[in-house]
Design a protein around this ligand. Sequence first.
Ligand code: BGP
Length: 460
Amino acid sequence: MNFKRFPKSFWWGSATSGPQSEGAALKDGKSHSIWDLWFEQQAECFHNQVGPEDTSTFYENWKEDIALMKQIGHNSFRTSIQWSRLIPDGVGEVNPKAVEFYNNVINELIANDIEPFINLYHFDMPVCMQEIGGWENRKVVDAYAEYARQCFGLFGDRVSKWFTFNEPIVPVKQGYVYANHYPQTHDFLKASTVAYHTMLAHSKAVIAFREMNLSSEIGIILNLTPAYSRSEHPADLEAANVVDLLFNRSFLDPVTLGHYPQELLNLLAEHKQLPLCRDGDAQLIGQGIVDLLGVNYYEPRRVQAKQHVVNPNSSFMPEWFYDPYIKPGRKMNVHRGWEIYEKGIYDILTNLKENYGNIPCFISENGMGVEGENQFLQDGQIQDDYRIEFIKSHLDYVHQAIEEGCHCKGYHLWTFIDCWSWINSYKNRYGFISLDLETQKRTIKKSGEWIKTVSQENGY
Ligand code: BGP
């Protein structure tokens, strides 16, 4: 009686990325990405000093892994192509070994009735491109567009869903504002330039895609983090508004409406943080509207008005406009330090319905990273009831949003198999499948068995 049925052909699956799952970091002609380089330079920045070299050995075990996906009922799966594997010099020569590998993966997925969702960039700038400035340099924008065109040409006859970027704001924030990812810079103007050029690169890829007349769809994956104000006081509300402009609408508006929010441009202009624009850029941004939006949701952001006056001589930071707010009694994922607020997923979908033309979308990442999962091992299987509970309580809200008319077409968990999580390495485990780091043995967790029945019955 309480069965929650999802729309026909709902996408059930999971997501990962090339750099977090493939391993074989420098094998078969792949060049360094910034992650390979940074680990060589500063292994101490990574949890337990585990780097990207082996990650989850998908490069060797793709066939076995796809069989496991099938076994747990996936009908779709996202991964990313590594630019540094496909075009090791950033521009020019395509690496035939990479083409063979990605062809194998795509063909095997299709042979197993699993729709391949392919993303082109997941935080993994090739070092040769970073050396000329990365996203600060417009030459990299053109190089990326060419790389995207190559991907569409090589694999576009079989890939039905393309994504230009995953969470493009993450390299902006972590690399250029808070300095906890490479190149570890604190410089807001550089950050806004990097963000802007990423959007230009996105638009150029969309243009290339449209020119090639492919029958597939193109999208982008954004981490939309709803901003909740402490109270209805106008100053608290304004803090939430600015946070929304800076962290959500800076990418959401251009890819869905074709332009930046004027309020954001005014704010950045007022503080002299606007990137350099060229004639024709606005038109370019206007051509980046996507067919499909991937929504990554992990946690809400709670804010309040600033409690203290900002030093106007300090370097410009988003925190000039808000203070974080900790809601009493909040539910936490203590391993990751993230608040769990299931209704956030409903609020995002409702916002897309009401303010963004109800653009077709899907939950492209949601998940729960847990440290020391082996404590839940029973008879050889991780009993991750907490993960089942986490997924279900989010799906309840997805279901409600769909009932109310939101255009949400699927749910992908982060992630298929425990994978390498950037500076957190293997600290927190997220997968439907557990990975023994010593032996690389894969074992289906309880949640993997549960999702199989959900997918088969198209609900729970
Ligand atoms: C998202 C990223 C993923 C993944 C996930 C889990 O932001 O798209 O690449 O890593 O977060 O987060 P973390 O790895 O930081 O625990």
